[in-house]
Design a protein around this ligand. Structure first.
Ligand SMILES: [Cu+2]
Length: 263
């Protein structure tokens, strides 16, 4: 998958999955057409084989230029930070990276880094030596991953507000609080992770965001019907279209419908 455009990350099956429900009454697919829901696991629980398989897939996407495409998109303005697009946009971003990983190893999923648990309030040791140099689409220069994680006590402080955020009763307050904690964790890892333009180069980015996405899914289950308020025009901070893709906010409300779950 060399130097592909972002649209080529979307499969035809996936385009059917996000078809308008009204049209889906006309456009038929066989029973069990969509692949079964797969599991995203705690990175701390992966065995050696699962770790190696993830890293093999990840480093393959680094080498063939695919990861660089994702990094470039994240550095562009799609109003994906500081707005109610933050959670749905990154949900799509992770799904597409996961599908790209699965073109290398079909069994791979994105693990989550559960920094709410004291035992995980440290940089995961199995990733400490994984500091790839990521080729970027020309004329951008390659990016070499660096980090400067702080003490565990700082990470514990940064993430200590999570239970209170999980108790917030409006989507607006919830997403604002969760994004704030998310920003703190980016800063705690430091280096490549501290910059919008470079953060997705670091494999911990994806596991950090999977944890954010997991927390959102938990909050969603406790707050049915509370969704992002995105009534605006395309390419605006309140657009429901998760550009540069065709997914809309309503396509992101159910992780089960998107084909995955957290275990
Ligand atoms: Cu981001």
């Amino acid at each position: 998958m060399p130097q592909t455009s972002m649209e080529s990350m979307v499969s035809f099956t996936e385009m059917l999955r996000i078809l308008d429900p009204e049209l889906m009454k006309i456009v038929k697919v066989p029973a069990n057409w969509f692949p079964a829901v797969y599991e995203r696991e705690d990175q701390a629980k992966l065995n050696k084989h699962e770790r190696d398989r993830f890293l093999c897939a990840y480093l393959t996407l680094v080498a063939n230029g695919t990861l660089g495409q994702f990094v470039k998109i994240h550095g562009e303005t799609h109003y994906q930070h500081g707005t109610e697009r933050f959670l749905p946009w990154h949900r799509v971003f992770l799904l597409l990276l996961e599908h790209a990983l699965q073109t290398v190893h079909p069994e791979v999923t994105i693990p989550y880094w559960n920094w709410t648990k004291a035992a995980s309030q440290t940089f995961p040791a199995w990733l400490a030596s994984v500091t790839p140099t990521v080729p970027m689409p020309p004329p951008m220069l390659p990016i070499t991953v660096i980090r400067s994680p702080g003490p565990s006590s700082w990470l514990a402080t940064i993430t200590s507000g999570t239970p209170a955020v999980m108790g917030l009763g409006t989507f607006s307050m919830f997403t604002g609080g969760l994004e704030g904690i998310h920003n703190g964790v980016h800063g705690w890892v430091g280096g490549t992770m501290n910059w919008l333009a470079t953060a997705p180069c670091d494999p911990i980015f994806w596991m950090h965001h999977a944890n954010i996405d997991r927390l959102w899914s938990v909050w969603q289950a406790a707050h049915p019907g509370l969704n992002p308020n995105l009534p605006g025009p395309p390419s605006s901070p309140t657009s429901p279209v998760m550009d540069p893709w065709s997914y809309t906010e309503s396509n992101t409300r159910s992780i089960a419908a998107m084909g995955y779950k957290y275990v």
